[in-house]
Design a protein around this ligand. Structure first.
Ligand SMILES: Cc1ncc(COP(=O)(O)O)c(C=O)c1O
Length: 405
């Protein structure tokens, strides 16, 4: 059978797409005008974007502190291009390490309270590289069932035994941990903030279990840095920095850039530096991206009110959306899912928002379980009160119009 047959079938046969977990074939959704993916933006100023000729309020971005357009961040990236050009054209291992990378690693290590940090070219690569090189075939890796795809793939790439515990269920985690001898190598991995639900991993319950059963703990803080613990992440939020062995973060959200980092003790980071293939065999983070993160760190320290505001408006939005009658799950952060359930109704809700001048993200099966389709809304420190009022008014209207229960 030709290996491209499946591509042709997925393209043109709705029943084949259904078998792959797509209740509505992407091309059917496109024909209905409710396909919400790969939409090109032709302008973006953070809280507003332009699509075609239409200006929309953005409530689907991970730009939590609104720093992508901050004058200091923009300026730092421009100056770095002038000085270093647009690419390092080589890996960190060989010709691709600039002094700036080392400066950033030092800043990040201090920022999250660890001895050392290592910068990768994306957050995805950080997880792939770290997890796959830190585990041996004699070890077991135990992850929350809702961790990010980059952790899932890092785990797949490792040779360790793989176990998964029910989302944020520490009883289930303990059941798995206690089934192994204490001396077996164990790594527990969670997202600090879960990227779809916006809920927080209960580190104060997870840490004692890791200690009791001799497991190391890695926390993915992609959505926590800039938001929790005064911007320093989940471990700061719970005051348990010394009890988290590895802290991973990305630059593609609050840090207004692209890239990622892993932080931990000096020996572990040294190991990752020498064995993480996505670090060694991929070009390093370009200077403007490094400079943008350095400037973002300055702004977070100089303007702590941004972290306060993003949390304050998120609390307000959660309260108001619940008051309208929406199911927002267990969100505790600027990520607020609106769980609608039915796939078509979710796409219709997305379309009404779009027509009203509001852009958000949709999560449909297979990204979420069947009948758990949702709108993933997320908020920025720079959203104005007027913008948020308009969002709430539109959600009120959608609730009635689509009879969402
Ligand atoms: C929890 C989590 N980890 C890792 C990543 C990957 O980060 P990046 O986009 O920087 O590659 C993401 C991005 O969506 C994420 O949400």
């Amino acid at each position: 059978m030709d290996i491209f047959e499946k591509c042709k079938a997925f393209y043109s046969k709705p029943e084949f797409a259904q078998k792959l977990g797509y209740p509505t074939n992407p091309r059917t959704a496109q024909a209905m005008g409710v396909y919400p993916f790969f939409i090109p933006l032709n302008e973006t100023e953070g809280t507003e974007v332009v699509i075609g000729n239409k200006r929309l309020i953005m409530i689907g971005s991970n730009n939590y502190l609104g720093l992508t357009t901050h004058p200091k961040v923009r300026e730092a990236a421009i100056e770095a291009i002038k000085k270093y050009g647009t690419s390092c054209t080589g890996s960190r291992f060989l010709n691709g390490t600039l002094e700036m990378h080392l400066e950033l690693e030092e800043r990040l290590a201090k920022f999250v309270g660890k001895e050392k940090a290592l910068v990768f070219s994306t957050g995805f690569q950080t997880n792939l590289g770290t997890i796959s090189c830190i585990l041996d075939k004699e070890d077991v890796v135990i992850t929350d069932k809702e961790v990010h795809a980059s952790i899932v793939d890092g785990v797949r790439m490792s040779k360790a035994e793989k176990r998964y515990f029910k989302h944020n269920d520490t009883k289930d985690l303990e059941k798995i941990l206690q089934s192994y001898p204490k001396e077996k190598g164990k790594l527990v991995i969670v997202d600090g903030v879960f990227s779809m639900g916006g809920d927080i991993a209960p580190l104060p319950e997870i840490i004692p279990l890791c200690k009791k059963y001799g497991a190391r703990l890695m926390v993915d803080d992609a959505h926590s840095v800039g938001v929790l613990g005064g911007g320093r992440g989940t471990a700061f939020h719970f005051n348990c920095v010394d009890d988290v062995d590895l802290i991973m973060g990305t630059f593609s959200k609050s840090f207004a850039s692209v890239g990622g980092f892993i932080a931990g003790d000096k020996e572990t980071i040294h190991w990752i530096q020498h064995f993480a293939r996505p670090l060694i065999f991929s070009a390093s983070l370009p200077a403007p991206n490094v400079a943008a993160v350095l400037a973002a760190l300055d702004v977070i320290e100089e303007e702590p009110e941004r972290v306060v505001r993003v949390n304050k408006i998120s609390e307000m939005m959660r309260r108001e959306l619940r008051a309208i009658g929406y199911n927002v799950g267990n969100s505790q952060t600027p990520i607020i899912p609106i769980i609608i359930g039915d796939q078509l109704k979710t796409m219709q809700a997305w379309k009404i928002l779009f027509e009203a001048g509001i852009y958000t993200n949709v999560a449909l099966p297979p990204a979420v379980p069947p009948n758990m389709s949702l709108l993933r809304t997320s908020y920025m420190a720079t959203h104005t009160d007027e913008q948020l009022e308009k969002v709430l008014e539109t959600f009120k209207h959608i609730k009635q119009k689509l009879a969402i229960d």
